[in-house]
Design a protein around this ligand. Structure first.
Ligand SMILES: [Zn+2]
Ligand SMILES: [Zn+2]
Ligand SMILES: [Zn+2]
Length: 152
């Protein structure tokens, strides 16, 4: 992604935060930026390392974890539980609501892509949860496989 488009997304994220009553502080912005720059999953420690090398800035892992949690609850970042790693949301530029997220994950290189399942599939999941009297908050689906690069 180009620097211009990353900056556009960071500005958009800032607007979204303001609208929902939170703030995209400089530290939060820096962490989101690392994830936007990467097309791979990043762990909190990898983010700490990138900030150290690229930005010449020291941020303790604990605060990176805390900030990732805040970014996650603002839907700017998603946590991939199976790997305990993070990815920037691909809908930061969008204005629609975001109730579920689905990902294709390469088992070999950690490449990740957020995809959008058909509405009827999501509605089906909503319906099944309802039948179980289960209040769905946010669903994350992970699909494991091998990416195009790793197939060759
Ligand atoms: Zn998303
Ligand atoms: Zn979208
Ligand atoms: Zn791969």
């Amino acid at each position: 992604m180009s620097i211009e488009s990353i900056n556009t997304l960071l500005n958009k994220a800032e607007v979204k935060c303001n609208q929902s009553g939170t703030k995209l502080t400089l530290k939060r912005k820096l962490i989101l930026q690392q994830l936007l720059e990467s097309d791979r999953l990043l762990s909190a420690y990898e983010i700490v390392e990138r900030i150290k090398v690229k930005e010449n800035n020291t941020m303790p892992a604990m605060s990176v974890y805390r900030i990732l949690g805040i970014l996650e609850s603002s839907n700017l970042v998603h946590k991939i539980e199976s790997q305990n790693k993070y990815i920037a949301c691909s809908h930061i530029k969008c204005n629609h609501s975001h109730q579920s997220a689905q990902f294709l994950i390469c088992e070999k290189c950690d490449f990740i892509k957020e995809i959008n399942l058909n509405h009827t599939v999501i509605e089906n999941i909503d319906h099944l949860s309802e039948q179980e009297n289960f209040k769905l908050k946010f669903s994350v689906m992970e699909f494991k496989g091998v990416c195009q690069n790793c197939q060759t």
